[in-house]
Design a protein around this ligand. Structure first.
Ligand code: ZN
Length: 212
């Protein structure tokens, strides 16, 4: 785990040096390590914007958006386009307007519809963005997810060797959706809905390919 984090820290340092003052988008299949890499960016001052994080935030704060979850989110593996964009884009807008920090975004856009909304936001706000593509095979991702443990408090994820969260000191658990049949379903959805965006990213933004 520590070597894994050290590797990510080195990666982040290199990217920040190469692309100063750029916002970051992390792209990759479920289990590629997007959230863990975003956490490392956050440690250097980036604001971590993730779809899972936002869902928890709206639930916690009982916002008007959270009232749409029952009808729009139930048993969906990909957050529907309008709901996803309504959560993510205002967050990004605020960060871009305040100009005091950069965002690191992961888990969005996940479909063509979300990409169109995101690209519109980027273009109209003249946002400097670099895309990190985490390239792992389906088998590797499957293995990572099967052995992944999550902290119930801060939602950091760990490999199976850890028992307790290094930050909170409390016991980790295995998420209900980290079961083989659900993992395979999410991988198939990624291939169908999200993977095609990779070509669009590569023609629109500077991209960095990483094999974590
Ligand atoms: Zn924790």
């Amino acid at each position: 785990m520590l070597t894994f984090i050290a590797k990510y820290q080195k990666m982040v340092k290199g990217i920040v040096n190469q692309y100063p003052n750029h916002h970051i988008l992390i792209f990759g299949r479920p289990g590629a390590g997007k959230g863990a890499l975003a956490d490392v960016f956050a440690e250097t001052g980036f604001v971590h914007v993730g779809i899972g994080k936002l869902i928890r935030k709206h639930l916690r704060e009982n916002t008007s958006i959270s009232k749409r979850f029952d009808s729009e989110l139930s048993d969906k593996l990909i957050v529907p386009d309008a709901l996803a964009s309504d959560m993510v884009l205002p967050e990004l807008q605020q960060i871009v307007e305040e100009q005091s920090s950069l965002f690191v975004l992961e888990g969005y856009p996940a479909t063509q519809g979300q990409y169109a909304a995101f690209k519109g936001f980027i273009d109209s706000n003249d946002v400097k963005l670099v895309v990190i593509i985490l390239d792992v095979t389906e088998k590797e991702a499957e293995q990572r997810l099967l052995s992944r443990k999550t902290c119930p408090h801060c939602h950091r994820t760990y490999s199976s060797s850890e028992e307790k969260c290094l930050q909170c000191g409390i016991s980790l658990y295995i998420r209900e959706d980290d079961q083989l049949h659900l993992i395979q379903e999410r991988q198939a959805l990624f291939v169908k809905e999200t993977c095609p965006l990779s070509d669009q990213f590569q023609s629109a933004f500077p991209c960095i390919l990483e094999h974590p």
